[in-house]
Design a protein. Sequence first.
Length: 399
Amino acid sequence: MPVRTTEFPRRPPRFGPAEIEALTAALSKNELWYWQKESIVASTMTKYAEKFGAHRAVATSSGTASLHVAIAAARMPAGSEVITTPITDIGTINAILYQNLIPVFADVDPDTAMPRPEHITAAITDRTRGVIAVHLTGCPMEIEDVASICSRAGLALIEDCAQALGATYRGKFVGLFGQYGCYSLNDQKHITSGEGGFVLTHTDYDYFLAHNYADKFYDRYGRNVRLQALAPNYRMSELDGAMAAAQLPKLDAIIRKRRTLGDRLNDELSKIRGIIPQQKPPGAECSYFFYLFRIDPRIISCSRDGFVRGLAREGIPARGAYVREPIYRSHYFLQKSFFPGVWPAEVVAGRSYDYKSVSLPGTEEAVASGIILDLHEGFEDSDIDDYIAAIDLVAKNNR
């Protein structure tokens, strides 16, 4: 008999009377435009800024929109290099390209699947103007040291916290270490407005600039800045704002449950020879968007895909690493198909970037050996028991 003979639980009901009441109140206003008296979106962003300890928060239509707004507001010259990770959602990269900037990929520690401070330092050139730090899987990277590197080098630091709602580093929410902290509220995330996101800011200057870039650079605050820069429309509607407000009080309980389960899984898997749980820096507390571990190829005799098939035979639905291949290996980059026939960033920079020559050993190892498991607040200890038993069994059979 396989270890698991029943399906794993789905996420428990996420919407109820609080969301219905909030949406009904928004609809009763008969106006869903966010810029009005007693704006729900504005009120919601005040709550989010207070919750996470930021000066102010800017509402957006998605996590990718949050990143694009922040990168635009950082005002790096076209053709500048921006360092980021090759293991991330493509939205991170798109937001860089939208501003005609050049992604430069830092290597990662295979045990975290994220760059360490020394990887960031190694990628800095005289053309570098910014760093996009991605907190993958809800696990914080060593963001305090990265922030120090950026400060010394005069680089803009933007945090991609799309998977890391509720994660903290040394007692401080991620998203508070850089110039901007970017979050997603899409349906997959810990809490949701359906689609949506927000940007945490620390000064009025950064807030107003990000706000303008999220709303076509209209002069909503009467600051005499109307249409001074090209900016997209990433506004959040009052319905999304109402949903985001109703969901926020649920976040702490969701994170507590996921953290209890994920930390237990970390502890138990670390006892299995040949299994390496995702390592978290000292002082980091994860929010577990999903669970990542990897097999040690020096000990486990089968491939990553073979291990995944072994878990499937035990009733465990696992899948390969977060990205199928490092982003620098994708057709997207090898063909430079961002624009028909030419990449304007290269024209501005006065040099060509050959991603075919990029090969980062830590990244290659992380992708080749990484395995993902679902983990959410609907799981119980018995589900974690089955994960542990199945992984232990497959590891023993392949040593």
